[in-house]
Design a protein around this ligand. Structure first.
Ligand code: APR
Ligand code: ZN
Length: 281
């Protein structure tokens, strides 16, 4: 029976367009807590999750107050400038360099895929190091605005240099629409891929959790030999979906993924990359 790591390496080598979908489980080995794992942020403080569901409406009601609060309080994740990509992030960057992985769609806002060298990253829930105009979707790096200066001069919220709209952090809050450009590109990737690696996500938050289901429903026609010179045309799944996670998820239980490799992303992914190199020799 083929080892799961070897099976995943072979599936990746045989793919034409592999993508990865990632969640907080990618970054726990970098020291950033996840949300729903045993020591997750929401697991330990359900009240914080309830409050998080109000953030977007509070922003819409009073952007100035949203910014005052954001600039005065600590981040949920601590100081993200002090964490480093882990071997899992580097492994995905290496698969992109090998020409196998074409895109990473991440729910994480920590910018660690980019810092590990992955070039094609879609920040599905935004990026903690960026600002975004809610009118025209323009993104700006944090440093492009002197937020503390605006706060001291009583000139919050910041306004978009392109259209004058109100600017918020790029991070997508609960109940906030996914920015249309990222939503559209992510759906395109789910329609285009023939292999989907799903790494470190509980797959309970929508619409992100819809992406594997979009991929699962895709079928392609193939011919199967039924007898002497006779072929039957049948419709088979177009995408191989592989989960890498510490625990089974609804994708595992509902058979959306073809198989789960249970364990740590920071160990499994480098193992898969080593196996790809061995098989390619
Ligand atoms: N290796 C593999 N899996 C891991 C690891 C690890 N090192 N650490 C944690 N996990 C698993 C957890 O067991 C859990 O199943 O990763 C999953 C993380 O799930 P969540 O904490 O729910 O994080 P995520 O799926 O990314 O959450 C989605 O919810 O709160 C919102 O916007 C937030 O983007 C976030 C979204
Ligand atoms: Zn704008």
């Amino acid at each position: 029976m083929e080892e799961p790591i070897e099976r995943a390496a072979r599936d990746l080598i045989n793919s034409n367009y592999a993508i990865a979908l990632t969640g907080a489980g990618m970054s726990t080995e970098s020291g950033i807590p996840d949300f729903r794992g045993p020591s997750g942020i929401w697991t330990k403080d359900p009240e914080a999750e309830r409050r998080a569901y109000q953030t977007y409406h509070r922003f819409l009601a009073n952007p100035k107050e949203y910014w005052e609060e954001k600039l005065s309080g600590p981040s949920l994740f601590g100081d993200l400038t002090k964490v480093e990509p882990n071997p899992g992030h580097h492994a995905l960057a290496e698969l992109e360099k090998m020409g196998i992985l074409k895109c990473v769609i991440t729910q994480n806002i920590d910018n660690l895929h980019q810092r590990a060298g992955t070039e094609n990253v879609l920040d599905y829930h935004g990026n903690a190091f960026k600002l975004r105009c809610i009118d025209c979707n323009a993104r700006f790096d944090l440093e492009e605005y002197d937020l503390q200066g605006l706060r001291e001069e009583g000139r919050l919220p910041p306004h978009c240099r392109k259209c004058g709209g109100v600017i918020k952090g790029d991070v997508v809050h609960f109940r906030e629409p996914i920015p249309s450009d990222v939503a559209h590109q992510s759906l395109e990737e789910a329609w285009r891929c023939d292999l989907m690696l799903i790494c470190g996500t509980s797959a309970v938050v929508y619409p992100f959790a819809e992406l594997p289901r979009v991929a699962r429903q895709r079928k392609v026609e193939t011919e199967r030999k039924t007898g002497a010179g006779i072929y039957a045309v049948e419709r088979v799944p177009a995408v191989t979906i592989i989960e890498l996670n510490a625990e089974p998820t609804p994708l595992t239980q509902e058979g959306v993924s073809d198989y789960l490799i249970q364990g740590k992303t920071g160990e499994i992914l480098p193992g898969i990359v080593e196996e790809v190199k061995r098989l390619r020799r």
